[in-house]
Design a protein around this ligand. Structure first.
Ligand SMILES: Cc1ncc(CN)c(N)n1
Length: 236
């Protein structure tokens, strides 16, 4: 924790608060792009078994992420933000889940069967982290705890497609196209605008909590790839 504390005292200068957060977490973000799961997802060599494990865990993850956005609709200080969070709660289910369900069809699994899979430890811990911040924190804190989730996927999607769109036969083409899409990028852009605006009036303690939960969510994003790569299970 001491390294993190040190990082928190970094001077921000003119940098936006969201860019400051990203700078704090940059080593963790860089590590994601080098994670074997991410590399294999991009080049199509990821064993389907590991991808299936990931998608089934992610289906459970998205159900809780939608609840986090719903908490944002309750906490937002203005009705436009409340409306957007309510829309994000809905879209998390309709857009991302429809991608999952298309894989479910491939594996002959219904939506109910997919969401009945027990959460692996890392998934459970990450979603509890997000839900607790969304419940106890301000609108700014709620937005920050979910920001790595929207922003990192956009960075990963674009990184994996930097040499161009995936070939037609790429097994994970739909996943790559969704997360590299401008529509998906727009979500993190909107969330960053909110964070930057609300951080201007946030107190020192609130900003410190935002820094901490952004770094923790970033770590959990890395751990989610690791969880899927190792097909993590409860030890006892
Ligand atoms: C674990 C995780 N993080 C982020 C995303 C993108 N919303 C996702 N689907 N799953």
């Amino acid at each position: 924790m001491s390294k993190l504390r040190e990082a928190f005292s970094v001077k921000r200068g003119d940098m936006s608060f969201s860019n400051h957060l990203r700078k704090l977490a940059q080593p963790i973000w860089d590590a994601q792009l080098k994670h074997p799961f991410v590399i294999a997802l991009g080049d199509g060599t990821l064993p389907e078994r590991k991808f299936k494990f990931y998608i089934l865990q992610d289906a459970r993850f998205l159900a809780d992420l939608s609840r986090v956005f719903a908490a944002g609709a309750v906490k937002a200080p203005d009705s436009d933000s409340a409306l957007r969070f309510a829309k994000l709660a809905e879209e998390t289910i309709t857009v991302e889940r429809s991608l999952h369900e298309s894989y479910g069809t491939r594996w002959k699994m219904s939506a109910e069967q997919m969401t009945a899979v027990p959460m692996a430890p890392t998934n459970y811990a990450y979603t509890r982290h997000m839900l607790s911040v969304a419940q106890a924190g301000s609108a700014a804190e709620m937005t920050v705890v979910a920001l790595p989730c929207a922003w990192i996927y956009c960075v990963v999607g674009r990184h994996l497609l930097k040499k161009g769109p995936p070939p037609k036969h790429h097994p994970y083409r739909d996943w790559l196209l969704l997360y590299a899409s401008p529509e998906f990028a727009e979500v993190q852009e909107w969330m960053r605008q909110k964070v930057d605006r609300w951080a201007k009036t946030a107190g020192t303690e609130e900003k410190r909590r935002m820094e901490e939960s952004f770094v923790i969510s970033s770590r959990y994003e890395w751990m989610f790839w690791e969880m899927a790569w190792n097909e993590e299970s409860w030890p006892v």
